[in-house]
Design a protein around this ligand. Structure first.
Ligand code: HPA
Length: 272
């Protein structure tokens, strides 16, 4: 079964349970799990309810799909992201995003924790993703294409919506949060990068580095979604400071910023 057939099957599984049509889809990265509590949930599904839906194996990531109202909009929220480094094939990494778009979501908000490659970035800053570099991981579109989903050779010159970035700017100003705008580079993980790799990524134009988002954005853009990506900078990337990197540090920094992160995303969704 190819990724699109898998998505069709996953949509069928959801449709057996609910006819909910979301306006927006949100993927929660580290630190945004609390968004689920700010939501009026109508239906909650787990990975077990949806054929092909992979289980997140990462601590701090719950595997649930929530349907309900968030900031006044009908939303579907993926709590528990699937990462390429967990060993899943690209089509399974992007299955939740494809499925949420196929269920009706026209707007997709991707969030993540990231390391600051840009030396002016500070832990706790947010970055609206203006562009991305994802050639260090395989394209999720590799393999047979399905024209019902999108074209064989989709244009990627503007993956992230300038309109949504403008809304994020307004929301950040209201929330008193620092919002940078820059380029996100998806590294394969699960090891953190070396200082040499970070120097190379900086030369390539990256401002932030993480282990998610790029592949999901490509799959959703292929389907025509309007996309916003927001990174929470949880640490200076390797070699930017003398500090060693750890998942604990990332989770701690994400926890500290979680209220601000929630307000930032809430402000964007309200403005849609
Ligand atoms: N590198 C990759 N992924 C990350 C980092 C990092 O420094 N911080 C949070 N996620």
């Amino acid at each position: 079964m190819n990724g699109f057939e898998m998505t069709d099957r996953a949509v069928e599984c959801v449709r057996k349970v609910t006819s909910f049509v979301p306006e927006i889809a949100i993927v929660l990265g580290s630190g945004l799990g609390g968004l689920a509590d700010a939501m009026e949930v109508e239906v909650a599904l787990t990975a077990d309810d949806i054929e092909g839906y992979a289980k997140s194996t990462v601590s701090g990531h719950k595997g649930r799909l929530l349907f309900g109202t968030f900031a006044g909009k009908k939303a579907v929220v993926q709590q528990g992201r699937i990462h390429y480094y967990e060993g899943y094939e690209p089509e399974r990494v992007v299955l939740p995003v494809r499925m949420m778009c196929a269920l009706g979501a026209k707007t997709l908000i991707l969030t993540n924790a990231a390391g600051g490659v840009n030396e002016t970035y500070r832990s706790g800053d947010f970055m609206a993703i203006r562009g991305q570099i994802a050639q260090f991981v395989p394209s999720p579109l590799r393999g047979p294409n399905d024209e019902r989903y999108g074209t064989r050779f989709p244009d990627m010159s503007e993956i992230y919506s300038p309109r949504l970035i403008a809304l994020a700017r307004e929301s950040a100003a209201e929330a008193g949060a620092t919002l940078r705008e820059g380029v996100y580079l998806q590294a394969s993980g699960p090891n953190y990068e070396t200082p040499e790799e970070i120097r190379a990524f900086r030369i390539l134009g990256a401002d932030a580095v993480g282990m998610s988002t790029g592949m999901e954005a490509i799959a959703a853009k292929h389907m025509g979604a309007e996309i916003l990506g927001i990174s929470l900078i949880t640490n200076p990337a390797a070699g930017v400071s003398a500090e060693r990197l750890s998942h604990e540090q990332v989770k701690e920094a994400a926890g500290i910023a979680s209220d601000r992160f929630l307000r930032l995303v809430e402000g964007v969704v309200k403005r849609l």
